[in-house]
Design a protein around this ligand. Structure first.
Ligand code: NAP
Length: 474
């Protein structure tokens, strides 16, 4: 039987007349009927966040941190149930879903600590008897808009920082995966986060609900993770009220393997960077750039490793690659792969997706060229694209030839080259002999069209605070 899930507003579970279905991406079975929040309910959630703000901001940081720590512990204690829910609504293999639960909880633990360390400054004064001090204050009620690919982690990376800073919030999860956010709201309720501090308004119409939320005058900051196209709209919408905006947007990560690389390490890194979450990750390796001397050897090893991946239902034993999220994803992958082959790319493994199944077996394409859409756009699926580079300068030029700048990976054993190439790559994050860069204590975020601001780390909390400077005499 499908679960019934309602919005969470002002500490209460609120049902409404309209509902939408959440479907298992593997077989399209309806797994839940969820309240489709009306504009009035969004307004009520914003009002609740605004009313709760004065008390929450004045609560001592260590107390806010304690609640966040308890929330992290509740998530970890519930890892199995939360992971199963994630596999059902998102499709990712159960082991990956469990890893996401731990990763999501790590942001809460991290920001629980940071809540105790929101330091100000004292500045040497200009005049005798004068004191110049700076404090950090919470920006106010925030709107958090999240995507479907990491339903827990994309939310806790924002929620942890917001609550630690003393902000209240209204979260709008993606239409495909509202269940994770609602499960998290349940845990917030259980650990005693006060009514109105956390509100969750699921919706079947992201544009409508998102605009209502962003347009509310009480909202002082919008934190968005999702596509660059929607990020642009949000940035424009926030211009009139000069709202703070953080944007974690799409990537088009290069994965460069140099001639002197440890090829086994590069292969391990490539498999994680490409296939985690079925390739549906903003930090997924999108473009493989192989220096000529190792191109054939690495390609052969990669094709062999891809051939061993087990594809299927995320909850089945040993599955490495689950279904992609929906029909639009299958159609997009079919179009990108078909276009590349029509323009001369060579299929080394797999076949273009055909039919209506969301299970897309991994594909490897060689001879990809920069004019192909599959090289220029974020693929967001289990497709490897390969090009060769003549030398280091060529590899760097190819890697930087994109509007995106979230992450770049490269493999080399040469220490001088590690420093040189890392400096030359245009990205907010660099993996050097490392295929997985995301971790709670490091700043996550991009340059160019990949976003504004940083999440996680000690910098993540800055986006939720304003500096207030006070000059005092006498
Ligand atoms: P999306 O279509 O941009 O949607 C993201 C969120 O925005 C969803 O909650 C969506 O609601 C909502 N939304 C849609 N239109 C809106 C509008 N006009 N105003 C306000 N909100 C709106 O992205 P997605 O397909 O869910 O996620 C994939 C993208 O996210 C990829 O590009 C990926 O790279 C990026 N991403 C980036 C990061 C990062 O940290 N940089 C991390 C993960 C994902 P509905 O679902 O109801 O449409």
């Amino acid at each position: 039987m499908a679960l019934a899930r309602t919005a969470y507003v002002d500490g209460r579970w609120v049902d409404q007349a309209q509902h939408f279905e959440v479907r298992d991406p593997f077989d399209r079975a309806v797994i839940a009927e969820v309240t489709d929040s009306s504009d009035e309910l969004v307004d009520a959630a914003v009002d609740a966040a605004a009313r709760a703000f004065p008390a929450w901001r004045t609560r001592p940081g260590p107390e806010r941190g304690k609640l966040l720590g308890q929330l992290a512990q509740r998530m970890l204690a519930d890892e199995r149930r939360l992971a199963e829910l994630c596999t059902r609504e998102n499709g990712k293999p159960t082991a990956e879903a469990a890893a996401e639960v731990r990763y999501a909880a790590s942001f809460l633990t991290w920001f629980a600590g940071e809540a105790e360390r929101i330091y100000g400054e004292t500045i040497p004064a200009t005049h005798p008897g004068q004191r110049l001090t700076v404090v950090r204050e919470p920006v106010g009620p925030c709107a958090l808009i999240t995507p479907w690919n990491f339903p827990y982690a994309m939310l806790t990376r924002k929620l942890g920082a917001a609550l630690a800073a003393g902000c209240t919030l209204v979260a709008k999860p993606a239409e495909q995966t509202p269940l994770g956010a609602l499960a998290l709201a349940e845990l917030c309720h259980e650990v005693g986060i006060p009514a109105g501090v956390v509100n969750v308004v699921p919706s079947a119409d992201g544009a409508r609900t998102g605009s209502r939320l962003i347009g509310a005058p009480q909202i002082r900051k919008v934190s968005f993770t999702g596509s660059t196209a929607v990020g642009r709209l949000i940035l424009r919408s926030c211009a009139d009220d000069i709202k703070r905006v953080s944007l974690e947007l799409g990537g088009n990560a290069p994965f460069v393997v140099f001639g002197d690389a440890d090829l086994e390490a590069a292969l391990r890194g490539a498999m994680v960077a490409k296939f985690r979450n079925t390739g549906q990750s903003c930090v997924a390796a999108n473009r493989f750039i192989l220096e000529a001397p190792i191109a054939d050897a690495f390609t052969q090893a990669l094709v062999a490793a891809v051939g061993k991946l087990k594809v299927g239902r995320g909850s089945d034993d040993g599955v490495d690659v689950g279904p992609v999220i929906d029909d639009a994803s299958v159609a997009k992958l079919g179009k990108l792969v078909g276009d590349a082959i029509a323009r001369g790319a060579r299929l080394l493994h797999g076949a273009p997706p055909a039919g209506t199944s969301h299970v897309v077996a991994p594909i490897v394409l060689a001879g990809v060229t920069p004019d192909m859409a599959i090289w220029r756009e974020e693929i967001f699926g289990p497709v490897v694209t390969l090009r060769t580079a003549a030398d280091e300068a060529d590899a760097i030029a190819q890697a930087n030839d994109t509007d995106a700048g979230l992450v770049a990976y490269f493999y080399t054993r040469d220490g001088a080259r590690q420093a040189r190439v890392a400096e030359a790559l245009e990205a907010g994050m660099i993996g050097i002999n490392e295929g997985l860069v995301s971790t709670a204590q490091a700043p996550f975020g991009g340059v160019k069209h990949s976003g504004l601001g940083r999440e996680g780390s000690r910098h993540g909390i800055e986006d939720y605070t304003n500096l207030k400077y006070m000059a005092t005499r006498g």
